[in-house]
Design a protein around this ligand. Sequence first.
Ligand code: FE2
Ligand code: FE2
Length: 263
Amino acid sequence: MLRITVLNDNRNANPILGCEHGLSLFLESGEKKILFDTGNTDLFLKNAEKLGIRPEEAEMIVLSHGDYDHTGGLRYLPGGQKLLAHPACTSYRISRTRGTFAGMPMEAQEIQKKYRTAFSREPVALGGKVTFLGEIERKTDFEGKNFPMIDREGKIYPCPDDSGLMIETPQGLIVISGCAHSGICNTVEYAKKLSGTKKVCAVLGGFHLLTMDAAAQKTIDYMRENVEKVYLAHCTADEVCEAFREQMPDRTEVLGAGTVLEW
Ligand SMILES: [Fe+2]
Ligand SMILES: [Fe+2]
C-alpha cells in the first residue's frame, strides 16, 4: 500500500491545519517512510502532529530542489536522518521578484553535519519501488522558460537541482514533483524512460504553471494524452487548476495541506 499525505502546501484541505507557500509530502510505501520536502518553516511539523504523523521518523528526506519553500523546514528537524538531493541543491539563488536570497537556509557544510547527506545527479533507487530521479532531461520546447531565480551575477538560475520521485505501482507509474522547474512533461517523460513504463497513473506536485498561457495549455494537452490523473499542488495557479478541471474532468484533483491519497 502506498499512502501520500500532504503535510504542507499553498492550499489547505483540512481546517485544523495551516498552510504556507511551499510543499511537504509524507510518503509511506509499505514499511518505507520518506519525507519529500519540508516547506519553508516548521509548519509541516505542526500539521504532521495534528495528523498523527512523525516526519522525524522518516528514514530518508528527499529534496526536490534547493528553493527555500521546499527546504526551510530542515532547520526544525532533529537531524541524523539520511538526506538525498541533487548536488546543486545548495547553490546560491535570489528571487527575481523580491531580490532576496531564496535558496536553502543552511550552508552545505551545516546540512552535511546535521544529516547523513548524499548528493546525486543520477537516479537513485530508494527501495519500495521508489526512485529519486536525479537531474531531469529537458526536451520539450515549451517548458523551462520561466525561472523564478537568478544567481549571484544576476543571470537566470535554471535550477539544475530540480528533481522528483517516481513510484512503480501495479496500477502504473506515479510521478512526484516539487516545483517542476525542469518542466512537468519533461519530468514525466524522464520517469517513463527510466522505468520503461508507459502507463502513468498519477502526476502529483507543483507544476510551476503560474498563468493560463500557451505553455500551460500544451501541458494540459500532454497530460490528457499521457496521464490518467493529475494531482495539482503548490505552484500551480488557480486559473490553471480550473483549466485542468474543465479539460480533464474526473481526472483532476487539487491538493492541499491534509490531503491523503492512497493507492
Ligand atoms: Fe516551490
Ligand atoms: Fe521552486
